[in-house]
Design a protein. Structure first.
Length: 217
């Protein structure tokens, strides 16, 4: 997208400095058709990208929207050139430059989250909130401490600390941790692994006394 934007800028300034003949009127019909088709393709691909949480697919969707925006600016520029007549041929070039700035913005908008994902940054806080809500409603879980979520490819990995009554047995705590893992993965299929750490309520109290705060569900 960035390379395309700079190519459009170059072509636009060439058209501004050395205007060519005004495009034929039928090009407006072609541009209108391209705009509609590309916008529909953007909406379809973007919905697929959202459904599988893929930045790569969503970036590809924005490529279609960039094409639609470019066609829209070209439509406006050519319309101005046709309506203005002689002396307005450069309007198409100015429209191309304006379109390229939008394409550059969209390129940055899509590049930033992709780079952050490659850097193993935590996903949107709503994912952590969902995990906490699911785990906190299970019988036997009386509180939640830490919850870390990271994304690798299309999948999420969770590190969760649950708080339980201190008098339960090791076996009961072990079974409860598996219930938490199974429930989180059932409700959130994109989560492929949940590492559950079991903490007795007394341990949480000690942490609260030392740090002054403790996370609750």
């Amino acid at each position: 997208m960035t390379a395309a934007a700079f190519a459009i800028i170059y072509g636009g300034f060439r058209e501004i400095t050395a205007p060519t003949a005004t495009p034929a009127r039928y090009t407006l019909v072609v541009l209108a058709g391209v705009l509609i088709i590309k916008e529909l393709m953007y909406r379809h691909v973007a919905s697929v990208g959202d459904s599988i949480s893929s930045e790569a697919v969503k970036s590809d969707a924005w490529r279609h929207r960039s094409d639609a925006l470019t066609s829209g600016f070209a439509f406006v520029g050519i319309s101005i050139a046709l309506l203005g007549g002689p002396g307005w041929e450069a309007a198409d070039g100015w429209a191309a430059v304006a379109a390229s700035l939008v394409v550059l913005y969209n390129a940055w908008k899509q590049l930033r989250p992709a780079v952050l994902e490659l850097a193993d940054i935590a996903p949107h806080p709503s994912t952590e909130a969902e995990v906490r809500a699911i785990a906190g409603q299970l019988p036997g879980v009386i509180g939640l401490d830490k919850c870390f979520v990271r994304k690798v490819g299309f999948s999420f990995y969770v590190d969760l600390h649950i708080v339980v009554h201190g008098e339960i047995t090791v076996r009961e705590g072990h079974l409860l941790s598996h219930k938490v893992e199974d429930e989180v993965r059932r409700v959130l299929p994109q989560v492929v692994e949940v590492l559950v750490h079991v903490e007795p309520e007394e341990e949480l109290t000690i942490k609260t006394d030392r740090k002054g705060t403790a996370s609750q569900p």
